[in-house]
Design a binder for this molecule. Structure first.
Ligand code: FAD
Length: 465
């Protein structure tokens, strides 16, 4: 039997990052996960495989739509779906293998199996009980289910995100239930591959909670790319045959009239729920929130001393970088340091083309508080670099305090938005004003100049508007 300082349950971005930081801080650390490969949802069936497919299909889109205009002529590439999936698997394998290397480098034990019992000072995996001073639960999340809809990834007709990443063939007609990040990213992938994609969403706007300007503009751009939307629609059931599905729904505006949509594949993308089955939390006395997350204090400790929890299994946005930040912070807390996560500055990104990225407060939230923010907006049509790569759609929008000029939030829809947002995150961490960004020299020609222009728009005006 080994005595550990920390045992971490779950090797996703929360768990493995925490394990590395614990080891760096001198703690004897073990990481438990029963998957064949490390990296959790994110590396195996989430962020990484979806980005590989988004990249490959974006290349296809460029070849089909923009190459000829740039003088690149010839037959556009045909799709070898099997090969595209094998490229995706290669990307995943390289990344999961990289985590295994990092565990070895940091002398972290990988206990391969599922933890079946957790208690203060003890973790059971298989028949072995391990002693440990601290336990960190990072068991993540799984796709949410929808009443009346049965997901069967093996059959491949009604699938969740895991099934959608590995469909046997590209469907002719795909219906996506849910216009959130995962539904739109995977919907984009299949639309670019030639599927007729219809997104059915209960709310009246896509990407719930996002800046309203971005929601409108994003939907319009996706429609131009061929995605169809049925908004304000409540799905009641999905009927299936061996190879086809029928999605039954009613519109909020006509609830008595049942409507149907035929599809070859239905992707249920209605969100994710925390996962902690089989850990024996009830017996251990670990409390949950009303929404089934593990309840923690501001040091990520549960109500049981020595048992901590991080990532998708606790409150907050279900994002890999939020889990990673908590992973590092909890390690620091356990080591007696001051772990910290700034929850008001966690960016959210959608990796479609164009990308969408947001951080901080929205204009609507400030208005609801009775505040009148200053808005600096700059369209990518005025950005030379964006135009050069056929990506003039979209804008940068800065939300700024009217009195102090302090940057309170941002929303970007445009090329490389997911990378550009970090300039604003750093500015906000340092309490910067829009003028601080406006006075910072930005290299030309870059997409980032659009951020500066939006900052200039908060003062005497943008130059290229
Ligand atoms: P997870 O990554 O879910 O890992 C939990 C691990 O715990 C799993 O490996 C599981 O096997 C293990 N586990 C569970 N129970 C036990 C047990 N009893 N014993 C041992 N191990 C156990 N987020 C982003 O930030 N950016 C993106 O682009 C993005 N894209 C996504 C795309 C898709 C299709 C999906 C599904 C998700 C995406 N996400 C993205 C979300 C992201 O994957 C999660 O927020 C992130 O993985 C959460 O990390 P985690 O460490 O909390 O848990």
């Amino acid at each position: 039997m080994s005595q550990y300082d920390v045992i971490i349950i779950g090797a996703g971005p929360g768990g493995y990052v925490s394990a590395i930081r614990c080891a760096q801080l001198g703690m004897k650390t073990a990481l438990v996960d029963g998957r064949e490969t490390l990296g959790g949802t994110c590396l195996n069936v989430g962020c990484i495989p979806s980005k590989a497919l988004l990249h490959a299909t974006h290349m296809l889109h460029e070849a089909e739509h923009n190459f000829a205009a740039m003088g690149l002529k010839g037959k556009s590439p045909s799709v070898d779906w099997k090969q595209m999936k094998s490229y995706k698997t290669d990307v995943v394998t390289q990344n999961t293998g990289g985590i295994e290397f990092l565990l070895k480098k940091n002398k972290i034990d990988w206990i391969k199996g599922y933890a079946s019992k957790v208690a203060a000072g003890k973790v059971k995996v298989g028949d072995t009980e391990y002693d440990t001073k601290n336990v960190v639960i990072a068991s993540g999340s799984v796709p949410s289910t929808l009443l009346g809809v049965k997901v069967d990834n093996d059959k491949g007709v009604v699938v969740d995100s895991t099934g959608a990443l590995d469909l046997p063939k590209v469907p002719k007609k795909l219906t996506v239930i849910g216009a959130g990040v995962i539904g739109l990213e995977l919907g984009s992938v299949y639309a670019r591959l030639g599927a007729e994609v219809t997104v059915v969403e209960y709310m009246d706007a896509i990407c719930s909670g996002m800046d309203a300007d971005v929601q409108r503009s994003f939907k319009r751009i996706l429609e131009k790319q061929g995605l169809k939307f049925v908004m304000g629609a409540a799905v009641s059931s999905v009927d299936t045959t061996k190879t086809k599905a029928k999605v039954n729904y009613t519109l909020k505006k006509s609830p008595d009239e049942e409507q149907t949509l035929d599809a070859d594949v239905v992707l249920v993308a209605t969100g994710r729920k925390p996962f902690h089955d089989g850990l024996g939390l009830e017996a251990a006395g670990v409390k949950l929130t009303k929404r089934g997350q593990i309840a923690t204090d501001d040091r990520w400790q549960t109500n049981v001393s020595g048992i901590y929890a991080i990532g998708d299994v606790i409150e907050g946005p279900m994002l890999a970088h939020k889990a990673e930040d908590e992973g590092m912070a909890v390690a620091e807390v356990i080591a007696g340091k001051h772990g910290h996560v700034n929850y008001s500055l966690i960016p959210g990104v959608v990796y479609t083309t164009p990308e969408v990225a947001t951080v901080g407060t929205t204009e609507a939230e400030l208005k609801a508080e009775g505040k009148k923010p200053k808005i600096g907006k700059f369209m990518f049509m005025g950005n030379a670099r964006a135009k050069a790569v056929h990506q003039g759609d979209g804008f940068v929008k800065l939300i700024v305090d009217k009195e102090t000029d302090r940057v309170l939030g941002a929303a970007i829809i445009g090329p490389a938005a997911g990378d550009m947002i970090h300039e604003i995150c750093v500015a906000m961490e340092f309490g910067a004003s829009a003028q601080d960004i406006a006075m910072t020299c930005h290299a030309h020609p870059t997409y980032s100049e659009a951020v500066r222009e939006a900052a200039l728009a908060c003062g005497d005006g943008a130059i290229h508007a």
